[in-house]
Ligand binder design. Structure first.
Ligand code: DTR
Ligand code: CA
Ligand code: ZN
Ligand code: ZN
Length: 315
C-alpha cells in the first residue's frame, strides 16, 4: 500500500517521538539510579556469627589468642583474606614490624569506582594476648567481612571506589593503621572517608555513633532512626582506635561502637535497660571475650547499618 508523502512524514515524526520518549525515560531512570542509591541488602547475622566461630576456633588452636606476633593472628589473616580472594576482591597483605614481631594489614579493594574518591571501612583484627578478642574486635572484623561479601554477591557498581581494611597491632597503639597511612603518604587526599568498626557486638549494648564528621554521623543516625533504635554520640573512644590516625591525617572519619567500659549515666541505663555502673562488656580485654561474649541483636543491627552506610556513601 503506497502512502502519501504527508502521511509518510507524519508516521516518521511519530516514530521519532516514540524513540526520543524511550531514550528520555531510560536516561531519567539512569539518573534516578545514580542519584538514589540502591538499598543495601540485609546482612545475615548467622554468617557474621559463623565467622566469629572460626576466629574462636583459630584462637583455641593457637594458645587462646589472636594477638599481634602470635600464630593466631596470622591464622586470622589467612581466614579473612581467603574469603576476600574467593569473592573477587583485589587483596594486598601489607607487612610491618613492631616489637620484634611481624605484623600484617589486609587491604581489599572492590574493582571499580572513582579512586580519587575512595571510601574505606576498617576494623582491627588483632586481639589482646589475654584472650580470643571475639567482641574486641572479631565483631568489627567479621561485620565488615560479611558486608564486603555482600558487595560481591550483589555485584555492587559504586560511583566511588570502595576499600576494606583489617588492621594489625591496634592493641599496641593503632600500629597497623598508622603504618598504612605512613606508606600512603599524599595518597590520603584520595580518601573520601574512613569508617571504623571496633566492638560492635557488646553484651548490654549501647548504640554509639562517632560524631567526628557530621555527614558520616548522619548516615548512621538516620538509619538507626528508621529502626527506632536510640543512639548516642561516641566519645570514649576518641584517640583509642584506628580512626585516630586517619583523623590526624585529615581524613573524615565515622564509625560505630557498642560499648566497652561502663554505663556511665542513669540516662544511658534507662535508654539501654542497664544500671549505672554496669559494664557494657565485662569481658573487655579479658579471657572471657569469647564467642559467647556477643549480643546477636547488636551485631545484626550494626552490621546492617554498615551495609547501608557503604551503599549510600559510595553511590
Ligand atoms: N576497642 C578498644 C578501644 C576502645 C575503647 N573504647 C572505645 C570506643 C570506641 C572505639 C574504640 C574503643 C581497643 O581496641 O582496645
Ligand atoms: Ca542483618
Ligand atoms: Zn582492645
Ligand atoms: Zn578494639
Amino acid at each position: 500500500m503506497t502512502r502519501s508523502p504527508r502521511t509518510r512524514r507524519a508516521l516518521l515524526a511519530a516514530g521519532a517521538c516514540t524513540a526520543v520518549a524511550a531514550l528520555l525515560s531510560t536516561a531519567t531512570a539512569t539518573q534516578a539510579t545514580a542519584r538514589t542509591p540502591l538499598a543495601a541488602p540485609d546482612i545475615p547475622v548467622s554468617a557474621v556469627k559463623a565467622d566469629l566461630a572460626q576466629l574462636q576456633s583459630i584462637a583455641d588452636a593457637n594458645g587462646g589468642n589472636r594477638a599481634h606476633g602470635k600464630p593466631g593472628y596470622k591464622a586470622s589473616v589467612d581466614y579473612i583474606k581467603g574469603k576476600l580472594d574467593a569473592a573477587g576482591f583485589t587483596t594486598e597483605l601489607q607487612e610491618f614490624n613492631y616489637g620484634g614481631a611481624k605484623g600484617y594489614n589486609i587491604l581489599a579493594d572492590w574493582p571499580g569506582g572513582n579512586e580519587d574518591q575512595t571510601v574505606m571501612a576498617g576494623a582491627h583484627l588483632d586481639s589482646v594476648g589475654r584472650g580470643p578478642g571475639i567482641n574486641d574486635n572479631g565483631s568489627g572484623s567479621a561485620g565488615i567481612l560479611e558486608v564486603a561479601l555482600a558487595v560481591s554477591r550483589e555485584g555492587l557498581k559504586p560511583a566511588k571506589h570502595l576499600r576494606f581494611a583489617w588492621w594489625g597491632a591496634e592493641e599496641y597503639g593503632m600500629v597497623g593503621s598508622q603504618h598504612y597511612l605512613d606508606t600512603l603518604g599524599t595518597g590520603t587526599s584520595k580518601l573520601d572517608s574512613y569508617l571504623n568498626f571496633d566492638m560492635i557486638g557488646s553484651p548490654n549494648p549501647g548504640y554509639f555513633v562517632y560524631d567526628d564528621d557530621t555527614r558520616l554521623e548522619k548516615v548512621f543516625k538516620d538509619w538507626f532512626a528508621t529502626k527506632n533504635i536510640p543512639t548516642e554520640i561516641e566519645t570514649e573512644g576518641d584517640g583509642r582506635s584506628d580512626h585516630a590516625p586517619f583523623k590526624d591525617a585529615g581524613v573524615p572519619v565515622g564509625g560505630l561502637f557498642s560499648g566497652a567500659d561502663y554505663i556511665k549515666t542513669p540516662d544511658q541505663a534507662q535508654k539501654w535497660g542497664g544500671t549505672a555502673g554496669q559494664a557494657f562488656d565485662a569481658c573487655y580485654h579479658a579471657a572471657c571475650d569469647t564467642s559467647r561474649n556477643i549480643d546477636d541483636t547488636a551485631l545484626d543491627n550494626n552490621t546492617d547499618a554498615i551495609a547501608n552506610a557503604l551503599w549510600q556513601l559510595t553511590s
